[in-house]
Design a protein around this ligand. Sequence first.
Ligand code: NAD
Ligand code: ZN
Length: 357
Amino acid sequence: MKFRNFKMVDYVIYGRGSFAQLAEIIAPRRKNGAPMIFLVDHFFENKPFTKQIPVEGTDKVIFADVTYEPKTTYVDRISKELKDEFGQVSGIIGIGGGSTMDLAKAVSLMMTNDGSSADYQGWDLVKKPGVYKVGIPTLSGTGAEVSRTTVLTGPTRKLGMNSDFTPFDQIVLDPALTSNAPVNQRFYTGMDCYIHCIESLQGTYLNEFSKSYGEKALELCRKVFVAKEKWNDESDDQLMMASYAGGMSIAYSQVGVAHAVSYGLSYLLGTKHGIGNCIVFDKLEEYYPEGVKEFKYMVEKNKVEIPQNITKGLSDADFNKMIDVSLGMKPLWENALGKDWEKIMTRDKLRALYEKL
Ligand code: NAD
Ligand code: ZN
């Protein structure tokens, strides 16, 4: 048995209003006049919040277009433009949802590693540490703030740059930044955390480390989406910690069926991560009976819509593509169904599941 020795985020600050300390936190990281780059979710363009970003000297604010989930081409373009304009930068500060945080991690790595980010999609392929990077979530649930990966869609696959160089040097967890998020988006991203917890807690990879964090994250998700009558500041505080704990839980375990199937949807149809997981999880009674029952209750209570029939009319080739992508996620299937997962999740069975979505 070989145990994973994992790299974690170096510094964490948590608290409502903690964003105001960003200037002070990054000051010692400013190097010989090289700028800090603020990569900010495009939702915030022209919003009053941008006035709080501690821009100095030659610092630059780039609004990240997250209409689509991050692509390797987009990462390569931003990092090339920064190298052309500045040579080197003091750091990359990602402010946004999981997509913007992943972009920030990837751009930081591509400021020092040669070639294309597509060359590093996989496990432990990144050669050098990136530049200083900070993650500041404005949506809670993905766990991208603590993870050792950055999920990118490349020319041939959707896969993360998984490495010890990937985690942020600093994260700023300020729940006030999530308060503008629309109800549906907050639910979809929040459910990413809920689904991570169910998949991790029922997985075969589970150990006490993962369980401790996973149970706490699940308890917080339930407070937010099951127990509470009305969304309030405390909900934002709790969901931000649920996301953090959910991410920590995954460090030692894995996600499961919903994620493996949703990757296929996202690859073929561009379905976004949070909503894609919800679409799939809604149909997984066979694998996660209790979790799916509670999920349906949360959907109803929070008055959100889960799209139906999204695979209707797809061709055999389309289904086969999704099945290929999904079955490629071996560790997820093994975590969910055990070592003999290939005997359980046959292509026919997976096809039938995709047809239900
Ligand atoms: P997102 O970052 O894709 O953003 C979704 C939408 O919400 C966007 O339109 C964005 O502009 C908007 N938004 C963000 N913050 C807002 C706010 N405060 N108010 C209003 N609107 C806001 O959504 P997400 O669910 O946080 O992230 C999904 C992404 O995270 C996917 O790309 C997925 O691959 C990635 N992910 C990464 C990891 C990891 O470990 N690295 C884990 C899970 C998911
Ligand atoms: Zn997820």
